[in-house]
Unconditional design. Sequence first.
Length: 145
Amino acid sequence: MASIRLAKIALTAGAGLLFLIVGLDNCLDYSTNFDVVKHILAMDMIPPGPLSWRAITATWFHHLAYLGIILVEIAAGVATLAGAARLWRARAASAHDFNREKALANDDWRRMVSDVARWRLQHAGTGLPLYRQRRPYPAFFEPAG
């Protein structure tokens, strides 16, 4: 029983560390991933067409969007590590108390992941015309040969 609780604590702490490492990497290697955000928002990798009105070409907005991504990643890491700390404190508690803390810890990182996923899904449509122009199927369905 105790080993299962320790594994849950370790997994939660690992997810928090991953969020922090990703956020730190985006800060330290700003230009690499910024270029991706810039190209997605500017839609400059697809030929001009009926969807070009959605392009955001303001550089200040590119930086603002990327800063938002970094802040969400760091906030997710901090919240998830705080949840792991709550689990650590409740490791010897009753099953009811531990499960209550586990639900709070899981909600922290689940909320952050869903926020990032929702943002990416809302803005992923800017990259979809790229696939439509080059191939009728995603790259991972590329036929062999």
